[in-house]
Design a protein. Structure first.
Length: 274
């Protein structure tokens, strides 16, 4: 558990998610393209079915099965886009009251998790090594406290009590429509979430990996300057690729038929470079 003194905490400020319009456009365009493609395939198969019936072919049942499969897929995609978009949240707001999930399509609040709804969690604390040790964790567990096949540290879970009913709430800090579109300011939301817990629920323990994986300082809640680290990594990979490419080029150049004079000259060039 991280030691948190409320008097030393930075002030809490409400944060509203910022939608990634570029990602939404790419996903939307891809989905529409797939829908048009599936619709074209269905029309083509129906046309083939009628032609097969006219010519008394024997593959009519197989064509019917393909039509049914593609029709189901197309129907599910249209249902997800048109009907469920009003049931899912597109915006996340974290303020002094808690976390609010908002749907901009119908201008309604889909769900609210208030700071008072958070409760201490004992999931998995008595069932072995690979279990929860914190009230706010970043590993996915099921309702019985057993480790589930979640997506690791990008998924957060905590226990809440609403209307005297306790359940596990999970959050990716992404939208819940169109393949969970990522927010541009996702890290700002996570920071506000952690700072809100520090201000309003200091009694809860938090998995320190949440801070580490998001490059957040657990004392002053500022972001670590992690750009240098990645520049070093990418620079090392770039140099490694160049070295391997140069070595392969060296092997090809040496093995290629040359006169003795040309071979000695090539070897001298590579020796001077590397």
């Amino acid at each position: 558990m991280l030691s948190r003194n409320k008097n030393s905490l930075p002030p809490f400020r409400a944060v509203r998610s910022t939608t990634n319009r570029t990602w939404d456009f790419i996903v939307g365009f891809s989905v529409i393209t797939v829908i048009i493609l599936l619709a074209g395939i269905i029309i083509y198969l129906i046309n083939e079915l009628f032609q097969a019936a006219a010519e008394n072919r024997k593959d009519i049942p197989g064509t019917i099965i393909f039509i049914i499969i593609f029709s189901i897929i197309l129907t599910l995609m249209i249902y997800k886009i048109i009907y469920t978009r009003k049931e899912r949240f597109t915006t996340t707001i974290i303020d002094e009251k808690g976390i609010h999930y908002f749907n901009r399509f119908n201008n309604t609040v889909v769900n609210e998790i208030l700071w008072d709804n958070f409760v201490r969690s004992d999931l998995g604390k008595k069932t072995g090594l690979l279990t929860a040790e914190f009230d706010i964790d970043c590993i996915s567990y099921d309702s019985r406290g057993r480790k589930s096949n979640g997506v690791g540290i990008v998924k957060y879970f905590w226990k809440v009590a609403v209307n005297e009913k306790e359940y596990i709430h999970t959050d990716f800090f992404n939208t819940s429509y169109l393949l969970n579109s990522p927010y541009i300011n996702r890290k700002d939301l996570i920071r506000a979430f952690l700072l809100g817990l520090a201000h309003y629920r200091p009694d809860l323990t938090i998995n320190p990996w949440i801070f580490i994986t998001n490059s957040i300082d657990g004392k002053d809640y500022t972001f670590y300057p992690n750009t240098t680290f990645w520049k070093i990594i990418f620079g090392f990979i770039f140099v490694l690729i160049l070295a391997i490419s140069a070595y392969l080029l060296y092997l090809v150049a040496i093995d290629y038929p040359h006169s003795p004079f040309q071979r000695v000259a090539l070897e001298k060039v590579f020796h001077d470079l590397f």
